[in-house]
Ligand binder design. Structure first.
Ligand code: GCB
Length: 602
C-alpha cells in the first residue's frame, strides 16, 4: 500500500480543513439517511480527534457513529486518470459515501484505506463526501472493548487500555489521481555483504494495468542524497548492488531515493513513477544482542502516544517535530509506537532523523486480568472470551501495519501486541498463527510487550519471539515507594528471563506517575524526585544484566486516559508534561543518554 505522492504522473490534493460534523444519535437503516446533508452548524477540523474540540460531554463521551461531510471537486484536468480518496485513519470504523453511494468500509482505527471515484464522479464535477466514523470497541475489534447500555438508555464504552478512546478523522484525508496503468505497490529490502562492503537493494513491484493499454516494464533507479543516479535495474523484481554503501545509522540517517518506474513496452516511455526513501541497513538478532549494521545496538528512548491537548490523537506536524527535538535533547535514539501504528508522517520523519522505531499494532488490552487485579475480582480466562473474529481483526491489523510500513528504514522490529495475557491457557494457540503470518510477511524481528504478571515461569509464548520486551512497574504498582524491594525484584526478574531464554531484553516500560511541580525531600511517590530516583534505580539494574539491550521509559509525555479514579486528568508518567515541559527526571535521562552516551552508536 503506497502513500499517495505528487509528481509529474500523480496528483495529490489535501482534503484537510473544516468539515461539517454531526453526532449520529439514531441508527440509520439505509444509505440515503446516512448521506443526508449534515444539518448542524457544527464544523470540525480534520485532522483531529473530535472529542476535546467541543465543550459538551455528550460529544466527548459519545459512543457510536458521527458524520463528517464536505464537498469535493475532482479537477477537470484529471480526466483520463484514475482518481481516489484516501483516509489516513478513521478511528475505529470508517464508512465512506460519495453522494448517496457507499464506497468503502474499513475496520481498524490506525491504518489507512482508499477508494476509487473514477466511475462515480466526472473530472470537473463536484460531489458530496460523507465519512461516517464509529468509535465502538467490542470483543471482536482490535483494540477490544465492551459496550453496556445504561439505565437511561445511553451506551457506555469500557476498554482495557490506558489511553482515551479518541475518535474521528485524526489523520489527513487526500484526493489523488494515478495514471491508468500504475505502480500499485513496491517492497524494498536491503542487505549488506560486510566482507565486500557491498550493499544491495532488493525490490519487488506490483502494478495495476490498464487493460486497453500496452504492456509495461519495470525499472528502478537509485539516486544518492545529492540526486545523482548511481545504479539502476530493469524488471519488476531484482536486486541492485551499491558498492561502499552510505549506511542508514541511528542518529546519522542516510536515505537513497529509489525511483520505481513503470514504462510502456511499446515505446519505453515512462507511464508512472514512485519515490521510496530507502535506508541501507541490516538488522540481526544474534544470541542476546540486537545488531544494527552488524554492531550491537542499545535502545534508549520511550514508549510514546499520539496525544496532545485539544486535538487528541490528531496528527500535528509542530508537535511531531518538537517531540523529536526533545528526544534529541535527551539523547534518545528510539521509541515504540505504543499502542497502535502512528501517522505515516511520523515514520517518514524518523527515517529522516535516524530514530529507531519499534512498530506496534493496536492489539492492546487482550488481557482481562489487568483490571480484575486492580479491583479485586477474578477475571475469566482471556482467550475463552475473545474469539476467532478478534484474531481475524488482529491478523488484519498486522497485515495492514506491515503493508503500510515495510519500506521504512526506521522500523527495526514489529511488536504484535502490548501486554496480552501471555500466561493464560490458550495464549499459545492464539498467537502461534499470528507469529507465522508476521514472519511470512516480513523478515524483521518480532516481539510483544510482556506484562509483569506473565513472569518468566508463567509466560507461554516468549520462545516464539526474537526479543523479550518487558514492561515493569516495581516501586510503583508493586511495592509502591519501596526502592529497596523494587531493586531486588527487578534484578531477580531480569535475571530469570536472561537465564531461561538467552535472548535480548528491552525494558519497554518503566516509570512512575509524577505531578510536575510536586517536590519532596523524602522522595515520596508522585514527586519529581521520586520519578528521577526510580529511573536511576532501574538503570543501575539494567547495567548489571548483560542481556538488557534497551530501555524505553513510560512515557514520553503525560497523556489523556479514560476517566478512572486513579488517573488525575490522565496518566502522569510523562518525562514531559502534556504540553512538553520537562520534569526533573529529564535531567537523569539526559545525563545518561546524551552526556554519558548510553545508546550512542560508536
Ligand atoms: C502499562 C501499559 C500502558 C499503561 C501503563 C501505566 O503496562 O502498557 O499502556 O499506560 O502500564 O501507566 O499503567
Amino acid at each position: 500500500m503506497l502513500k499517495p505522492q505528487q509528481n509529474e504522473f500523480r496528483e495529490l490534493l489535501s482534503l484537510d480543513g473544516l468539515w461539517h460534523f454531526e453526532v449520529v444519535n439514531e441508527t440509520y437503516h439505509d444509505d440515503i439517511s446516512w448521506t443526508q446533508r449534515v444539518s448542524s452548524k457544527r464544523q470540525v477540523p480534520v485532522p483531529a480527534s473530535y472529542n476535546d474540540i467541543f465543550l459538551d460531554t455528550d460529544t466527548r463521551d459519545h459512543v457510536g457513529w458521527v458524520k463528517y461531510q464536505r464537498r469535493v471537486r475532482v479537477p477537470a484536468s484529471w480526466a483520463g486518470k484514475r482518481y481516489f480518496i484516501r483516509c489516513d485513519a478513521a478511528t475505529h470504523t470508517g464508512r465512506a459515501y460519495i453522494n448517496e453511494k457507499l464506497v468503502a468500509e474499513h475496520e481498524g482505527g490506525y491504518t489507512p484505506f482508499d477508494f476509487e471515484l473514477t466511475e462515480l464522479v466526472n473530472a470537473g464535477g463536484e460531489s458530496q463526501l460523507t465519512v461516517a466514523v464509529s468509535n465502538e470497541l467490542t470483543f471482536e475489534t482490535i483494540p477490544p472493548g465492551k459496550i453496556d447500555i445504561l439505565e437511561d438508555g445511553r451506551k457506555k464504552q469500557t476498554y482495557l487500555h490506558d489511553f482515551f478512546n479518541y475518535s474521528g478523522l485524526a489523520r489527513s484525508v487526500w484526493l489523488y489521481a494515478l495514471p491508468k496503468s500504475y505502480i500499485a505497490d513496491a517492497t524494498i529490502t536491503t542487505a549488506v555483504d560486510w566482507n565486500q562492503n557491498l550493499g544491495s537493494i532488493k525490490y519487488q513491484i506490483e502494478t495495476c494495468s490498464d487493460p486497453s493499454g500496452s504492456g509495461t516494464d519495470g525499472r528502478v533507479i537509485v539516486k544518492d542524497e545529492d540526486g545523482n543516479a548511481i545504479a539502476e535495474a530493469e524488471g519488476f523484481h531484482g536486486s541492485i548492488d551499491i558498492p561502499n554503501p552510505h549506511l542508514w545509522q541511528p542518529g546519522a540517517a542516510y536515505l537513497y531515493d529509489v525511483v520505481v518506474e513503470l514504462r510502456s513496452s511499446s515505446d519505453n516511455s515512462v507511464i508512472d513513477h514512485y519515490h521510496i526513501s530507502t535506508g541501507i541497513r541490516t538488522i540481526e538478532v544474534r544470541g542476546a544482542q540486537f545488531l544494527l549494521n552488524n554492531r550491537p545496538f542499545y535502545f534508549t528512548g520511550f514508549g510514546k502516544h499520539e496525544d496532545s491537548p485539544i486535538r487528541g490523537k490528531g496528527h500535528d506536524t509542530a508537535y511531531m517535530v518538537h517531540d523529536f527535538e526533545l528526544m534529541n535533547w535527551l539523547g534518545a535514539n528510539s521509541f515504540r509506537t505504543s499502542h497502535y501504528p502512528y501517522a505515516e508522517e511520523v515514520l517518514e520523519y524518523a527515517d529522516r532523523q535516524g530514530i529507531v522505531v519499534i512498530d506496534e499494532t493496536a492489539a492492546v488490552g487482550l488481557n482481562l486480568g489487568v483490571t480484575s487485579g486492580r479491583f479485586g475480582y477474578k477475571a475469566p480466562n482471556t482467550w475463552e472470551q475473545y474469539n476467532e473474529k478478534t484474531r481475524a481483526a488482529h491478523e488484519r491489523g498486522i497485515r495492514e501495519l506491515i503493508a503500510r510500513d515495510k519500506n521504512h528504514a526506521c522500523v527495526v522490529m514489529w511488536s504484535i501486541a502490548n501486554e496480552p495475557a501471555s500466561h493464560e491457557e490458550g495464549a499459545r494457540e492464539y498467537f502461534e498463527p499470528l507469529v507465522d503470518i508476521t514472519r511470512k510477511l516480513d523478515p524483521r524481528p518480532i516481539c510483544f510487550a510482556n506484562i509483569g504478571m506473565a513472569t518468566s515461569e508463567k509466560d507461554l509464548i516468549s520462545d516464539m519471539f526474537d526479543v523479550l520486551c518487558l514492561n515493569r512497574y516495581y516501586g510503583w504498582y508493586e511495592n509502591c515507594g519501596d526502592m529497596r524491594l523494587a531493586e531486588t525484584h527487578l534484578q531477580a526478574d531480569l535475571m530469570s528471563w536472561q537465564k531461561k531464554y538467552g535472548k535480548p531484553i528491552i525494558m519497554t516500560e518503566y516509570g512512575a506517575d509524577t505531578i510536575a511541580g510536586l517536590h519532596s525531600a523524602g522522595v515520596t511517590p508522585w514527586s519529581e524526585e521520586f520519578q528521577a530516583k526510580l529511573l536511576d534505580l532501574y538503570h543501575r539494574v539494567f547495567d548489571r544484566v548483560d542481556a538488557v539491550i534497551g530501555e524505553q521509559v513510560w512515557n514520553f509525555a503525560d497523556f489523556q486516559t479514560s476517566l478512572l479514579v486513579f488517573r488525575v486528568d490522565g496518566n502522569k508518567k510523562g518525562i514531559f508534561t502534556r504540553d512538553r515541559r520537562p520534569k526533573a527526571a529529564a535531567q537523569v535521562l539526559r545525563q545518561r543518554w546524551r552526556v554519558q552516551g548510553k545508546g550512542e552508536v560508536v
